[in-house]
Every structure is written in C-alpha cells, then in structure tokens.
Write a protein that binds this ligand. Structure first.
Ligand code: NAD
Length: 479
C-alpha cells in the first residue's frame, strides 16, 4: 500500500477522486521524493466542478444571502485558517519548499487577512444614486457575476488562492479553483475548511491537474464559467486569454515581472542593500514582484556590489522546515534546471556570477550577477530564482530609461534620500507597484497589477469589486 498522502478534488462539498482514477505526484523539493498522490483532473472532472458551482450560483443560498451573512461566514472561514495555520503552512512548505517560518507567519496570516478584508469591503461598499432627472430615480447595483474560474500559481499557493477566492466569494460568486500542479495540497484543505466554516457545498470547488490539455485549459474554456482570474506566466496568460475569448469571458491577469530597483548615491546604502537583497532572494527569488535588476549610481556601484555579495553569502540555505532557514530549495527539478540554465548561459555571455555554495539538491545559491550585457537573456527574461543582476548608471534619466526597458511592468523600487527625486522617478517608472526605500508593504485597498505584459486589470479593494461583479444601472419612472 502506498504511504503517500492522498489529495482529492473538492466538488460539491466533498473530497473526490478523478472520474477515471488518474493521479499525479506532488514532489517535496527538499527530499526530491513524492510525498502526495494527487487527483489529476480532466475535462469531465472540471465539468462536474463547474456544474456544482453553477447550481450553487443559480439556485443555492450563497448569492441570495445578505451581505452581512456572507461576510460573517467569510470571517469564520478566516478563523478556521488561523486555527489550522500549522497544518496549512506545512502543506505549502512540503509542496514547494518555501521556509515554514514564512508560510506560517506570513502566508496563512495574509490568507486570513484576504478573507477578512474582502468580507468587510463587500459589506461596506455602496452603490450610487444619480440625481438630476425629475420624475426619474436612477441608481446603480453591483451584482454577483456568476461562476468564477480561478487559476493560481505555485509560488505562494495558499496566499495566491485566497487572493482570488476571497473577493470572488465576498461579492457573491461561486468558484472553481485550479491550483498549480506543483503545489496542490493546501487548496483541498482550504475548501474543506470553507465547508466546515459554513459555506454551502458547491460554493468553493477545487479541481487539480495540469495546465495545457489538462484541467486548467478545460476550466478556462468551459462554457459554464463567467469570469477568469489567472495568475501565472505571461505566456500562459496568452493561452488563457485565447480560451476565454470563446464566450467573451472577462479576464483578470496577474502575470510575470522583471522588476528594477534604482539605487541613487544619496540613498541610505545599507538599508537599500538590505531591502534589495530581500526583494531579490526572498522565497528563493520566486516572486513575481522580485527586484531582479539593480541599477546603481556609478559612484557607489563597487560598494553596493560588495555589500550585496556579502549579504547573499550569509543567507542561510537549508531545510525549509528548520526555523532558521532563509532560502529553501527551488520548487521543482524543472524549475531548478531553468534557473541554473539561465546562470550558465549568462556566464557564457560574459557575465560574472558572485555567489556562495548551495547544498546538494534543488537549491540555488543567491547570486549577484555583474557585467552582464544589457541584451543578455538574464537581464531581459524573468528568471524566477535567487538571481540579481547589477548595472551601473550615470544619470537619473539613464536609470529610468534602463528600468523601463522591459516589456513587463509589475514592480519597481527607488532608493534615495531626496524627496523630489523620489516622487519624480516614481512617476516616471512604468510599473503597477513602485516602492520608495522599502518593499513588500501592501494595502489591500490599493490597485494591484501590472503595466504591459505583467497583466490585465487591477485587483484590490474596489478594483476587485468591479471585476467580480456585474454593474447595473436602474432607471425608474417615479413621476
Ligand atoms: P504558470 O503560468 O506555469 O502556471 C500558472 C497556472 O496556470 C497553473 O495552475 C497551471 O497549471 C495553469 N496553466 C498552465 N497552462 C494553462 C492553460 N493553457 N490553460 C489554463 N491554465 C493553465 O505559472 P507558474 O510557473 O505556476 O507561476 C510562476 C509565474 O507566475 C511567474 O511568471 C510569476 O511572475 C507569475 N506570478 C505573477 C504574480 C502577479 O501577481 N503578477 C503573482 C505570482 C506569480
């Protein structure tokens, strides 16, 4: 008998196998061995899940509850997450190698915060009355849109899933979630907890499987789906958009990035290096928002490189379950091959790689890359590993131009002590999120998304409400 943990789909309030019994392994990147056997869904399983979500939307209580009732259940759901924080954190760490200290203290807490924030946002949101038409009363309504397909990536499994399902549910929709095949475990547990918290069966469904020609593609192509929210690679976004075009389904996309950080000589350099290293190496660089290109004013370039290399060499690599570990293994063998391939190619193109030693396995040592030609792939493509290229610049204009020389536009950072320069440069950077002398700080009311190939639309606060509801205008003759 297999000792592997079994993880099923979650459809209509129950854990279930695939209709044909198909499974796929989930591999623990620390041990490099399969730890779970996961249901591998196909079009039939997706159809079951969408049918369940459709029935829950068309005839179930969820979209018909008062907003206060829905919000109260979502707060209870958030309580359940926090009550199962250790268990949920360990599932993500086993699936994709992120340090347990972070999945526990950051991701589960943020996931609960996602649910609470949208529960409150939906409760507090108001519609408008449009006066000025004697004899007529004109007002707006925001109504649940229907069945939401949510397709999520592996880099913050629980956090990314809740960032999608929290607004979808809060505004009265029902959901089919397709988590990444590399990190499926927390999603099924999440859906079980939703039902334990009192959400009606069918409101949140989970189907596991692969993307192209698998459950992902079947879900975003399914005619019973009304909206598609997707986070993942830009190239995948193109495929999802083509699929969603049939039936004219709205899409919200959070895609790849190639964030630049600009360090001016007038910045607090120790702080700049500390923040920039965190932005490049945290989660082993597997962050869409990562600052993966560092542009440094020439007069302080040498000093910043030295400080960065020192910092990179002192990060603790190891077993992500160890509390002191700062950098875990990359999420999969395939991803490890991709990142190390980028580094080999960069070295072949003349770049110099400055890094410490990585343990045997799927770790990559945090690496500072200097002297890479600006047209090298490592400077242009999303590496999604603990890799930071560093480039000198001479003028503010040159720095802004270099930062914007990418088709992506998700994140950017500026380090300076001059207020006017901070505002000026923040205004010139073509990115959806600009941090000045900091990183990570988020307000869930703020628009989140990317310029260019980093996404379509914005989520967060009222932006999520606009996407996850259908706005309606009612004009009434009261004359
Ligand atoms: P991915 O695009 O490979 O996969 C994402 C999800 O899409 C997975 O669930 C996958 O199974 C599914 N999928 C793949 N092909 C599909 C298809 N044809 N139809 C439907 N679904 C399909 O991305 P990934 O490797 O899991 O995640 C890393 C990427 O996500 C990086 O590019 C990163 O920048 C991006 N990301 C962006 C944000 C953001 O907020 N902008 C956040 C996190 C991650």
């Amino acid at each position: 008998m297999s000792a592997l943990t079994r993880i099923g789909h979650f459809i209509g309030g129950e854990v279930t196998d695939s209709h044909d019994g198909a499974t796929m392994p989930s591999v623990d990147p620390t041990s490099r061995a399969a730890w779970a056997e996961v249901a591998r869904g196909s079009a039939k399983d997706v159809d079951r899940a969408v049918t369940s979500a459709r029935e829950a939307f068309d005839a179930g209580p969820w979209p018909r509850m008062t907003q206060n009732e829905r919000s109260a259940l979502l707060h209870r759901f958030a309580d359940m997450l926090l009550g199962h924080a250790d268990e949920l954190a360990l599932l993500d760490t086993r699936d994709m190698g992120r340090p347990l200290s972070l999945t526990r203290a950051n991701d589960v807490v943020r996931s609960a915060a996602n649910l609470r924030f949208f529960a409150d946002d939906a409760r507090l949101a108001a519609d408008v009355s449009l006066p000025g038409h004697p004899g007529h009363h004109i007002y707006t309504r925001h109504e649940p849109a229907g069945v939401v397909a949510a397709v999520s990536p592996w880099n913050f499994p629980l956090m990314q899933a809740t960032w999608k399902i929290a607004p979808a549910l809060a505004y009265g929709n029902t959901v089919v979630l397709k988590p990444a095949e590399q990190s499926p475990a927390s999603a099924t547990r999440l859906a079980e907890l939703a039902v334990e918290a009192g959400l009606p069966p069918g409101v949140l469904n989970v189907v596991h499987g692969t993307g192209p020609a698998g459950a992902g593609e079947a879900l975003v192509s399914h005619e019973g789906v009304d909206l598609v929210t997707f986070t993942g690679e830009t190239r995948t976004g193109e495929a999802v958009m083509r699929a969603a075009a049939d039936g004219v389904r709205a899409v919200s996309f959070e895609l790849g990035g190639k964030g630049a950080s600009i360090v001016f000589a007038d910045a607090d350099l120790d702080r700049a290096v500390s923040v920039a290293a965190d932005a490049a190496f945290s989660n082993a660089g597997q962050i869409c928002l990562a600052g993966s290109r560092l542009l440094v004013e020439r007069s302080v370039y040498g000093r910043v490189v030295d400080l960065l290399v020192e910092k990179a060499r002192h990060l603790r690599l190891g077993d992500p379950r160890e509390p002191r570990t700062e950098v875990g293994p990359l999420s999969s063998q395939e991803h490890h091959a991709k990142v190390t391939g980028h580094l080999r190619r960069a070295a072949g193109e003349g770049a110099v790689l400055l890094a410490g030693q990585a343990p045997d396995g799927w770790w990559v040592a945090p690496t500072v890359v200097v002297d890479a030609p600006s047209d090298a792939a490592i400077c242009r493509e999303e590496v999604f590993g603990p890799v930071l290229t560093v480039h000198p610049f001479d003028t503010e204009e040159e720095a802004v131009h270099a930062a914007n020389a990418t088709r992506y536009g998700l994140s950017a950072m500026v380090f300076t002590s001059r207020l006017a320069r901070a505002h000026r440069v923040a205004g010139q950077l073509r990115a959806g999120n600009v941090w000045v002398n900091c990183f990570w700080v988020r307000d869930l009311r703020a628009p989140f998304g990317g310029f260019g190939r980093s996404g379509i639309g914005r989520e967060g606060g009222g932006h999520s409400r606009e996407f996850f509801t259908e706005a309606k205008t009612v004009v009434m003759d009261v004359g």
